[in-house]
Design a protein around this ligand. Sequence first.
Ligand SMILES: [Zn+2]
Length: 116
Amino acid sequence: MDSEADLSIPSRSETPDSVETRSKRGLAARTTWAHTRPARDGEAEYLGNSQIKYCIHCTELSYGTSVTTNMRHHLMSKHQIRIETTPGSIQQATIDQLQRLYIKAESSGQTQQIDT
Ligand SMILES: [Zn+2]
């Protein structure tokens, strides 16, 4: 009984856990909706079948829409927030923000918590 051929070495999975197919459009949409919040009391939650999201930057007069493009235009025109549509610049923006936060923390003597 020579069944060495049966020895199966468990091969580690070569499949990455996250193979995201990121379309530019999808990424931009996600980034856009990051600037929104759900409807509050008294605000319309749906327009037809679409859920309305509200701008988190508007404080006095709330702005809500279910259309990504509209929200993007709103963020750009009212809050000077530019939603980048390329993954590269999103990451760069995140890195820039982290660096700014780090510098801020450093200046207030809180970097030890971050470094360790
Ligand atoms: Zn707004």
